[in-house]
Write a protein that binds this ligand. Structure first.
Ligand code: OAD
Length: 231
């Protein structure tokens, strides 16, 4: 049974060197979302979209998890499957830090999606040169990331965990993109204690019970220590 749900966003990976989306110098700066993060943009200009995600996949391969990712892995070592990490991030830094109970609601950069047969193979290389799908052989692979207008993954499992958890913690996310942005209100409505660990207070739709401002690499290890001391 899930006791603690942690929702993470780009801010948790920022100190590993992965750019966030909406901060100055963020990923969306210099890119129109409709060009690189919608099915229509991909249909219009697949080369540009492939190049964008190929570059991100390579960049993520060259960074390492930070103290915040490691602290969440330590929390999982302490309380096991009572912790569920729901991440909006498409990097794999939670897994590389040692977390295993992780749901990627916006997909994963290091996975491809075959638009012909639906396979979702693990993927390390570029997609721009149109490699064949390892399952069906068609050259119809796209990044396995959720674009605007598409349905995020694992919604049923996430909602079930959010309505039944005791603690809901939001880390490094601006609260700008739904459905993730709505989970704090859902968790609060079902009686969870809500905590925010973010560089600055986010645009959350309901106030958190406990909102802490600062860098994830400092706030998350300290919070994990508190949780482990109390459990
Ligand atoms: P954003 O870029 O919208 O927000 C990042 C948040 O992290 C901001 O609130 C920052 O203040 C905070 N932040 C930055 N550095 C931090 C640090 N060192 N420690 C703690 N917090 C820090 O990123 P997300 O909220 O993840 O979706 O964006 C949500 C979704 O919007 C993404 O998953 C992506 C994007 O469009 C899709 O691509 C579908």
């Amino acid at each position: 049974m899930t006791r603690i749900v942690v929702l993470t966003g780009a801010g948790i990976s920022a100190e590993s060197g992965v750019p966030t989306f909406r901060d100055a110098g963020g990923l969306w700066e210099g890119h129109r979302i409709e060009d690189v993060a919608t099915p229509e943009g991909f249909e219009r200009d697949p080369d540009t979209v492939h190049r964008f995600y190929d570059a991100r996949r390579r960049a993520v391969a060259n960074v390492i998890p930070n103290a915040a990712h490691r602290a969440l892995a330590r929390l999982e070592s302490g309380i096991g499957p009572e912790l569920l990490v729901v991440t909006q991030n498409v990097d794999d830094l939670h897994e590389r830090a040692g977390s295993s109970n992780v749901l990627h609601m916006h997909g994963e950069l290091r996975r491809a999606l075959c638009t012909w047969c639906g396979a979702r193979p693990a993927w390390e290389d570029d997609l721009a040169d149109r490699p064949p799908c390892p399952e069906c052989g068609e050259r119809m692979l796209r990044p396995d990331v959720v674009w605007f207008g598409e349905m995020p993954y694992h919604l049923d499992r996430i909602e079930q965990a959010v309505v039944s958890c005791e603690v809901f913690a939001s880390i490094g996310t601006s609260g700008a993109v739904y459905p993730a942005a709505g989970y704090v209100a859902l968790a609060a409505a079902f009686g969870a204690r809500t905590v925010e660990l973010n560089l600055e207070p986010s645009d959350a739709i309901v106030p958190f019970d406990d909102a802490r401002a600062g860098a994830a690499t400092e706030l998350v290890p300290a919070w994990v220590n508190e949780v482990l001391a109390g459990s």
